[in-house]
Design a binder for this molecule. Structure first.
Ligand SMILES: NC(=O)c1ccc[n+]([C@@H]2O[C@H](COP(=O)([O-])OP(=O)(O)OC[C@H]3O[C@@H](n4cnc5c(N)ncnc54)[C@H](OP(=O)(O)O)[C@@H]3O)[C@@H](O)[C@H]2O)c1
Length: 298
């Protein structure tokens, strides 16, 4: 090998390595800048509050636990008051925060209005998590129509009403966040899940549109789209075939929530937790998978 070849090879190697180091440094800087772009009020020594719907189990309970670790006071909403009170006691004792329990069926307009009024009164609401929800996995034409209407009331009406209650205060304070718990189902047209997929797609589109409207107002929104997550949601299905999905397709609720809060720090508006779910959502967006999904879901 002559001297020039050796020299050029050396230069190439140095440039290549520099490019890799530069790339890593840029990624780290970008990540750090993004992380700094959201400062939790508790980090600034203020005591702010987060309201979580569907906090009596699963993803909502995990939100309550992780937000308590961030020293936010909490308002927990769901129907099972006993569970909420038990969780409230535990989090108060462990983290020294204040926790309020609101027992409410959010498909009931009277209860929903009570919760909305409570939200409107808050002058320190840092985060609203619209998480309460359920699935059905039934053929629409054979299903209980009241239950289908409850799904719209819970996923769509309740989430929209509570956002409307939360936003004026957040905009005035130029600080606040809203996480709407959607699903990877929002990217698919799944049989037995028409209303579920459609109601979650509504949350994605609503969240994205609203975030554009709120640009520069200091309010951050996220449509969180989990895939299969180990929670009680799956205990309520008559058709439990999807439970046989391999273990690597499932995430824990804690992991989903930890990734969601990191994504809120980074300002990601539609967020899919987990690498496999990201891939699944990508395939869903292309529309390629819907034919296969129809076969699997039968
Ligand atoms: N688990 C998954 O694989 C998965 C995947 C994607 C998206 N998600 C979404 O994640 C969210 C949370 O579900 P999860 O998986 O954590 O299931 P979960 O453990 O069954 O939790 C559902 C929560 O919603 C509350 N809820 C249900 N109906 C309500 C009502 N009418 N009024 C007030 N609260 C009500 C339940 O509390 P009460 O029964 O005490 O009222 C419970 O706290 C849902 O929006 C779901 O669509 C879940």
């Amino acid at each position: 090998m002559n001297k020039t070849k050796l020299y050029n090879g050396g230069i190439g190697l140095v440039i290549g390595l520099a490019a890799i180091v530069f790339g890593i440094a840029m990624r780290r800087m970008k990540f750090q800048r993004a992380r700094k772009s959201w400062q939790w009020a508790s980090e600034a020594g203020r005591s702010n509050v987060a309201l979580v719907t569907g906090a009596s189990s699963g993803i909502g309970e995990s939100f309550a636990r992780l937000l308590a670790e961030r020293k936010l006071d909490l308002i927990l909403v769901a129907r099972r008051e006993d569970r909420l009170k038990e969780l409230a006691r535990e989090l108060q004792d462990r983290h020294g925060i204040s926790v309020e329990v609101l027992a409410a069926d959010l498909t009931d307009a009277v209860y929903l209005e009570r919760v909305a009024e409570r939200v409107e009164l808050l002058d320190n609401l840092e985060l609203l998590v619209n998480n309460a929800g359920f699935g059905m996995n039934e053929k629409f034409a054979e299903s209980d129509v009241d239950r289908q209407l409850e799904m719209i009331a819970l996923h769509v009406t309740a989430s929209m009403r509570l956002m409307r209650a939360a936003l004026p205060g957040m905009i005035a304070r130029r600080h606040g966040g809203i996480i709407n718990v959607s699903s990877t189902a929002a990217f698919f047209t799944l049989p037995r899940n028409a209303n579920y997929s459609a109601s979650k797609a509504y949350l994605n589109v609503f969240t994205q549109s609203l975030q554009s409207e709120l640009r520069g107002k200091g309010v951050r929104l996220q449509a969180l789209c989990p895939g299969l997550t180990r929670t009680e949601l799956h205990d309520h299905f008559e058709n439990r075939r999807h439970r046989t999905m391999p273990w690597f397709m499932w995430m824990s609720a804690d992991k989903v929530v930890a990734e969601s809060l990191d994504a809120l720090d980074r300002g990601q508006v539609v967020f899919v937790p987990g690498s496999l779910n990201k891939f699944i959502a990508f395939i869903g967006r292309t529309g390629l998978f819907n034919g296969i999904a129809q076969l699997v879901a039968r």
